[in-house]
Ligand binder design. Structure first.
Ligand SMILES: [Zn+2]
Length: 137
């Protein structure tokens, strides 16, 4: 029995070692505050600063997303820094109603969807945050 437990422990250790390679997932609560870099607070209450390409940074500056449970795909560039995969890969997803959702922005007037916050590319009106099921077309 003791031997079996050791094997289990070994398996757990090698599984977490595999997580250190590219294609990591960071989970936690998104913290968006004025004047501070966006970060994720992990379950261990550790703050990990987020970075990404320009559109991803715009999304990370959206105060409406503050406090959401998120799942980011990318890699650690330092123990407390995480680089999110490019926005077209949908590297940043949020939890809502027990589901993982894509972050999108919707203009009601033009029925145009974008993946960064800000004015609509067509009518320049402010778009609304619209969290969508990744399986939806
Ligand atoms: Zn519009």
């Amino acid at each position: 029995m003791r031997f079996c437990l050791c094997l289990l422990a070994l398996a757990a250790v090698s599984a977490s070692a595999a997580d250190l390679h590219p294609g990591e997932t960071l989970r936690g609560k998104l913290v968006v505050r004025d004047g501070k870099p966006p970060a994720v607070e992990t379950a261990e209450h550790k703050l990990v600063i987020l970075d990404g390409d320009e559109p991803t940074r715009k999304v990370l500056g959206d105060q409406r997303l503050n406090g959401f449970e998120v799942e980011a795909k990318g890699r650690f560039t330092a123990p407390d820094r995480f680089l999110i995969d490019p926005i077209h890969t949908h590297g940043l997803l949020v939890h809502q109603g027990g589901k993982l959702k894509m972050i999108t922005y919707w203009c009601d007037t033009c029925s145009i969807r974008s993946y960064t916050p800000g004015p609509c590319v067509c009518c320049q009106r402010e778009t609304t945050l619209d969290l969508r099921d990744p399986d939806e077309p």
